[in-house]
Design a binder for this molecule. Structure first.
Ligand code: AHR
Length: 507
């Protein structure tokens, strides 16, 4: 949480922080990833058999190392829009018997060479947790039940035995399951009305939890501030004792998924666009509480959280989905936007159960593979800094500074949430290190800021910046990276124009 006080641009800005003002635990799962059968994310991204950079499973080792460096805790799969026509049985068993199928989300061909066992094995190699999305388009409840049984059951039953036959004795214990993806979207195979979706989601949830009460189910929301969100929450966040064998301390639905992509061709609307996600989180959290209140959900049932399982900077005109959405190249402006996205998740940590950058490799991703290596885009660096250091608990900060007052994307940001020049979040880790992230979006102005509450004289400083807003990283040159320095903690600190600065000190 950050309290913002607007001042004149001519006044001295200040930021106050207090190590004892902890707000909420930051769920490590906010640093989640997403791998979809789309473009070069799976084939040529995480899976590239025959490439000297791949291991004996065909998994790209450089991608595995990068995701381990990011400490990605959870990865969503297999879509995205792809999942709406995906039949998981096509992707298990001997590879030479798997059927190639037309793929209707991105109009490609799916060979099914990479499927459930490959993905779940890959997760074990990466040391990350899987999050699977169920097919709500052409799929059936029987198929979904079969998939959960295949992945999680240790019983002597058909699909558990099929898994054993395919070479895997012990269950994978997949905890997170999504009840469809973007089922409200006109592009979706099997698009539904909110009424049809809510009815189906609730009945599927009941059956899935009867089969495996340990799983966590994620409801398919929209962007968090739509009629779809309020309706499906009201219908599905209930007192569920019938589906849970009389247990009044559990619920069928654990999280509500929302998706937002931000973008603008202009720097300041681009950099401030993630503030719309912040407002969306606040609204969704209100809708969750409203459903709980109206449906008399007892306080013994843990509050449902938000699963922001697709977020990023993405302009579909710049990187069309049908062409694999391989982002031309992310700019410094995009890196600052991603920094503000991450600040949003830290500030709103009390409501966020998971967040997944879309996507983990090649498709609108901070990581791009070539045949001979991996390119770390501008957006990789803020992600790395946050994932390394912004863990533990969110700290309250008070920010006094001027505000950008021009056009925003979307327009409704103006009038619903502020867009300060300095976007700030802070966290305290379990070992007492405080990390404060400050994004200065101004194109020409460095801000000299009075910092109240920084203790000691040994402050580590990490800066992500670059020559100008349009600069990009290429395989030959890393124009935007992390520079490290120290600060003695005295007087004011100058936050350079167009930068993310992370200050770290011991409390
Ligand atoms: O991440 C790319 C696509 O964007 C996903 O498949 C879909 O869910 C969203 O619209």
């Amino acid at each position: 949480m950050a309290a913002f006080t607007k001042i004149l641009d001519t006044e001295e800005p200040s930021i106050s922080i207090n190590a004892s003002h902890k707000i909420s635990k930051i769920n490590d799962n906010i640093y989640g990833g997403f791998t979809e059968h789309m473009g070069r994310c799976i084939y040529g991204g995480i899976y590239d058999p025959g490439n000297p950079l791949s291991d004996e499973n065909g998994f790209r080792k450089d991608v595995i190392e990068a995701l381990q460096e990011l400490k990605v805790p959870v990865v969503r799969y297999p879509g995205g829009n792809f999942v709406a026509t995906y039949h998981w049985l096509d992707g298990v068993g001997p590879k030479d018997q798997r059927p190639p199928r037309p793929e209707l989300a991105w109009l490609g061909l799916e060979t099914n060479e990479f499927g459930t066992d490959e993905f779940l094995h890959w997760c074990e190699v990466v040391r990350t947790e899987p999050y699977l999305a169920l097919n709500f388009g052409t799929g059936t409840l029987d198929e979904a039940l079969g998939w959960v049984e295949y992945c999680n059951s240790s019983a002597n039953t058909y699909y558990a035995n099929l898994r054993r036959k395919n070479g895997r004795e012990k269950p994978y214990n997949v905890k997170y399951w999504a009840l469809g993806n973007e089922m409200w979207g006109p592009w979706q195979v099997g698009q539904m009305t909110k009424e049809d979706y809510a009815k189906r989601a609730y009945q599927w949830a009941k059956a899935l939890k009867l089969l495996d009460p340990s799983i966590q189910l994620i409801l398919c929301g929209q962007d968090g501030y739509s009629t779809w969100d309020s309706y499906v929450l009201k219908e599905c966040i209930r007192c569920d004792i019938h589906g849970l064998g009389g247990d009044t301390t559990a619920s069928l639905i654990s999280m509500h998924s929302i998706h937002i992509y931000t973008a603008s061709s202009e720097h300041l609307p681009n950099a401030t666009a993630p503030r719309s996600a912040e407002r969306a989180i606040e609204i969704t959290a209100g809708l969750i509480d409203l459903a709980r209140i109206e449906n008399k959900v007892p306080p013994t049932v843990p509050r449902q959280t938000i699963c922001f399982d697709e977020w990023n900077v993405w302009d579909p005109l710049r990187a069309p989905g049908e062409q694999g959405a391989e982002e031309n190249r992310y700019t410094l402006s995009d890196a600052l936007a991603v920094s503000i996205w991450l600040n949003v998740f830290i500030r709103q940590s009390r409501y966020i159960g998971m967040a997944n950058i879309a996507q983990s490799v090649n498709v609108i991703s901070p990581l791009v593979t070539t045949k001979s290596g991996i390119l770390k885009q501008t957006t990789w660096w803020p992600l790395l800094l946050f994932s390394k250091y912004m863990r533990g608990h969110t700290l309250a900060v008070n920010v006094r500074c001027g505000e950008y007052e021009g056009p925003t994307m979307p327009v409704w940001i103006r009038g619903t949430i502020e867009t300060p020049w300095l976007d700030v979040s802070a966290a305290i880790s379990d070992d007492g290190m405080i990390s404060m992230a400050v994004v200065n979006i101004h194109e020409t102005k460095d801000f000299s800021v009075r910092l109240d509450g920084i203790e000691g004289s040994d402050v580590q400083v990490y800066t992500v910046s670059g020559r100008d807003i349009n600069v990009v990283n290429t395989s030959d040159s890393c124009e935007v990276g992390i520079t490290e320095s120290t600060w003695d903690g005295a007087n004011s600190f100058s936050f350079p124009k167009l930068s993310l600065t992370m200050l770290r000190w011991k409390s």
